[in-house]
Design a protein around this ligand. Structure first.
Ligand code: FES
Length: 166
C-alpha cells in the first residue's frame, strides 16, 4: 500500500503523474466508501489541497456521487479545497486557549493578514485556520505556523511573529 511518506516528492510530479498516483491509492483502498477519508488525506498530500477536479476524479473512480465526496471533505476542517499559502497559521480555540485570549489573537491575525478563517492571502504567503487543543494548554493561548508551536501568544506579538516570516 502507498504510504504518505511515498508522496513526499510530489512537487516534482506532473499533473498526470499525480492523478496516476491517486488512482493507485484509490485501488489500494479497494475503492471502498469506508476508506474515503483516508483517500482524501492522500489526495491532499498529493495535490496540496482537494480542488473540484480532484473531487470529480475521486467520485468517478469510487463510483460515488460528487456530493458525497464534497460533504465529507467540507465536514472536516483539516481538508482544504483551496490552495494553501506558504505558511499555515492556526490558532487554537480549545477551551483553555479560548478563555486565555485565543479569540483576541484570532481577531488580530484576521486584521493583520486581512483574511478570514479558511482563506489565503493574495500573495499566497499565509493561510489562516483554527484548531482544537494541541496539548499546550498550560501555556495557552497556543498557535502553530506550519509545524512550529508558538505558546502564550497575545495580539501584540502577532505583527512581529508574522513579520519575521515574510
Ligand atoms: S486548549 Fe489550546 S492547547 Fe489545549
Amino acid at each position: 500500500m502507498i504510504t504518505k511518506d511515498e508522496v513526499c516528492n510530489v512537487h516534482a510530479m506532473t499533473e498526470e503523474a499525480k492523478y496516476n498516483l491517486l488512482k493507485e491509492v484509490i485501488t489500494d483502498y479497494d475503492r471502498k466508501e469506508s476508506n474515503l477519508i483516508q483517500i482524501l488525506h492522500m489526495a491532499q498530500a498529493i495535490f496540496g489541497y482537494v480542488p473540484a477536479e480532484v473531487q470529480h476524479f475521486i467520485a468517478d473512480q469510487m463510483e460515488l456521487s460528487l456530493s458525497k465526496v464534497n460533504s465529507v471533505l467540507t465536514f472536516y476542517s483539516f481538508f482544504s479545497t483551496q490552495p494553501k499559502g506558504k505558511y499555515t497559521v492556526s490558532i487554537c480555540l480549545g477551551t483553555a486557549c479560548y478563555v486565555r485570549g485565543g479569540k483576541e489573537v484570532l481577531n488580530k491575525l484576521k486584521s493583520v493578514l486581512g483574511i478570514d478563517v479558511g482563506a489565503t492571502t493574495e500573495d499566497k504567503i499565509f493561510s489562516l485556520s483554527v484548531m482544537r487543543c494541541i496539548g499546550a494548554c498550560g501555556l495557552a493561548p497556543a498557535m502553530t505556523i506550519n509545524n512550529k508551536v508558538y505558546k502564550q501568544v497575545n495580539p501584540n506579538k502577532i505583527p512581529r511573529i508574522l513579520g519575521m516570516l515574510k
